[in-house]
Design a protein around this ligand. Structure first.
Ligand SMILES: [Zn+2]
Ligand SMILES: [Zn+2]
Length: 351
């Protein structure tokens, strides 16, 4: 089995980011990523620049809509117009192109300190037939946590990890509802990387969250049965295939790198392993097997929104008692302080 770290939801100079496609690829390479996905606002201008940059596969989608209902469309061939009033129509049009669609930062809260509290949440529910949800968005999360200048500055200067207290509970609840209703729904993480430049005291330009920094925060790892191809067209199919099926997990790498996490379902006597995102008829004798990258882990099994088992350590085996979607959360246990949300897997579906 092969896993590859990547970063999703990145803006370039083609919208309101602050770097070129080539500069972003270089930042991704120095952060050790295998793939990145550019999603500029309402444009596919970067599409001709798709390809391999050294070892980094750079893919181009778009972030559709501006004021609300932001939708990450990956694999679009033709740009779609904004459609904030009927996002279901947009979801259906993205699907009709064979592209993937992820609802971006659905519960964004905004901050009284930024843009007068402006936020860009998803406003129309329920919607159906989207690929998945952006469960955890680094920039959006920071916005929501920035309530006072003093605390925000303290976190920004001394402890950026402390502001990241796990994916929004509403996002996890919504995801679990879709999973429980039998709709396969993929969870991804994003950074919403812009590397905004701010001039401080009229003198020095400061990058707020540079690309290379963000590429070590919330990453989405894809799981493949074959190595990632060096042929870009094949690699693109592999990456979108894994994201489309949910063969992927989110990791807050700033806490501890998520490389080495695995989550399988095994059936006694069968050689084949079922990966996250995949589906199998439920039967007795199935075993869920979790491996975390460090023994400083707390592994939690979540079944339809309920924590049904947990264990401290680097490994866990669990026999699912009933059908349904089973996903895994791993908390990192620091030497001091309480365990922190770190890795979020996609579910294995036992139907
Ligand atoms: Zn957005
Ligand atoms: Zn964005």
């Amino acid at each position: 089995m092969f896993s590859y770290a990547g970063n999703i939801h990145i803006h370039t100079l083609y919208s309101d980011g602050s770097a070129s496609v080539g500069e972003i690829a270089a930042a991704a390479a120095s952060a050790g990523l295998s793939y990145v996905i550019i999603t500029d606002h309402q444009t596919l201008a970067a599409l001709p620049e798709e390809g391999y940059y050294g070892d980094v596969a750079l893919l181009v989608g778009a972030e559709l809509n501006r004021n609300c209902n932001h939708y990450l469309a990956l694999g679009l061939l033709v740009l779609l117009p904004e459609n904030e009033t009927d996002p279901q129509e947009m979801i259906d049009q993205v699907r009709a192109q064979g592209a993937l669609g992820f609802i971006a930062h659905p519960f964004e809260k905004g901050s009284p300190l930024i843009e007068n509290g402006k936020a860009y949440p998803w406003t129309v529910w329920p919607v159906f037939d989207f690929t998945g949800l952006e469960i955890w968005n680094y920039t959006s999360h920071w916005r929501g946590r920035a309530r006072t200048i003093a605390r925000t500055l303290f976190w920004f200067l001394f402890n950026r990890r402390a502001a990241m207290d796990g994916p929004p509970a509403e996002a996890l609840r919504l995801w679990d509802c879709y999973i429980q209703s039998g709709r396969r729904t993929v969870g991804i993480g994003g950074t919403d990387a812009h590397a905004f430049k701010k001039r401080l005291l009229g003198l020095i330009d400061v990058d707020i969250f540079p690309y290379r920094f963000l590429f070590k925060t919330i990453n989405t790892y894809i799981c493949l049965r074959e190595p990632l191809s060096r042929d870009f067209a094949v690699a693109k199919r592999q990456i979108y295939g894994a994201l489309g099926e949910g063969r992927c997990y989110i990791s807050f790498d700033q806490l501890y790198p998520g490389k080495g996490f695995s989550y399988y379902c095994r059936c006694a006597g069968a050689p084949e392993l079922l990966l996250m995102g995949e589906q199998l008829p439920y039967r007795r004798g199935l075993e869920l097997q979790v491996k975390a990258p460090t023994s400083r882990s707390r592994i939690r099994i979540i079944h339809h929104g309920r924590l049904i088992a947990q264990a401290d350590g680097a490994e866990m085996l669990f026999s699912p008692p009933s059908p349904g979607g089973y996903r895994v959360e791993v908390y990192y246990r620091p030497r001091l302080g309480r365990p922190r949300p770190w890795i979020i897997s996609n579910p294995i579906y036992l139907t």
